[in-house]
Design a protein around this ligand. Sequence first.
Ligand code: AMP
Ligand code: GLY
Length: 419
Amino acid sequence: MKILIIGSGGREHALAWKLAQSPRVEKIFTAPGNAGTATLGENVPLSAQDIPALLAFAKSKSIDLTVVGPDDSLADGIVDGFEKENLRIFGPCAAAARLESSKIFAKEFMRRHGIPTAESREFTDSLEAHDWCKQARFPLVIKADGLALGKGVIIAQTPLEAALAIHRSMDLGVFGDAGRQVVVEEFLEGPECSLHALVDGENTCLFPEARDHKRAFDGDTGPNTGGMGTVSPVGALNPGLQKRIQTEVMDRFLAGIKADGLKFRGMLFPGLILTANGPKVLEFNCRFGDPETQVLLRRLKSDLLDLLEACIDGTLAQQTPQWDDRTAVCVVLASGGYPAAYEKGKPITGLAAAEAEPGIILFHAGTRQTGNDIVTNGGRVLGVTALAADVQTARDQAYAAADRIHFDQCQRREDIARS
Ligand code: AMP
Ligand code: GLY
């Protein structure tokens, strides 16, 4: 089969790496891809947002299956466009992907279907939001309604911080249209957990849990990022919790999409906080996580292509994915300054030495080949991913390999998988 992967991050490199292992895959194209995906097939110089051009490409190359990485391509209706032309594509249609692209829509969906989540209020008028915050309990969480590259969530400790967050998002428009409406919600306490589940419309297939480290700096300080590192498994879910998540989140989600007439076939990735009162959903993502995918796919023993196709065909009930019991750890190397402004084009050295370390696969993210050099080309540059018998060894291996890699102003966290 010929596969087209849409996107250019570490997640897409991990998807290409795993799909390349399927005996049924004959060629992988990635649009636009990075220096890592180029080694597994062919990069196509098309933007992940250029749906008409991607559609024309898929037709011209007789692509058998397209797999979508980024949320904005889904929100823009790439799946609807491909399906209209009878092209096979993995991911939810735009109406269902709104569960990620509008936090207000997601909150209303969760309330309607009894899915446990933080208490919240939604605002389209900034004066009302300011007024409401005056009598609220702190800390409070202020979230831009739309997609903001993982940066649209502010945890306000004081009324002044809340007022500033509301002003910046709603009045100044620092997140563009995505932040003109906001969700203000209670701050939840407890360990965080990233879940992934394939959904075929009738069934869900839960993956093992992972944990992301979203803040930029050690000790969970600094601004939120797309994710600075991941670990799986986490050991946070006992069988009782797992059962609650299945019945209170997954089963109610399935019943909800059916009741609302939403066609959801793809990956559901709920972010959860495990509170003293049980699991609560922070958000629904409608795609593979980045860098969660890097650790999950290192642990997946089954053929990913079979799973993606079962999702599209509605035969997920017949699949039982097999998982490696070992622990995977992914340490992200980012450009200095990320998630704010950063420079690109810095030459990267030590990649081969890093990859020669035991247990390591390097997943490229913001990288680009120029001549004989690989240079930085984005905020998150590489995901150094180890797989080992226990978390300590996996951590040590990932950091030993990361130490081999150099580029000017490389930024990373030192405490991935430590908490
Ligand atoms: P989200 O994009 O909604 O997942 O939020 C990004 C990050 O902000 C989450 O991974 C949490 O670390 C934090 N966060 C979001 N909502 C809450 C909340 N209600 N309580 C505590 N932390 C939150
Ligand atoms: N790592 C978090 C995300 O992909 O949204």
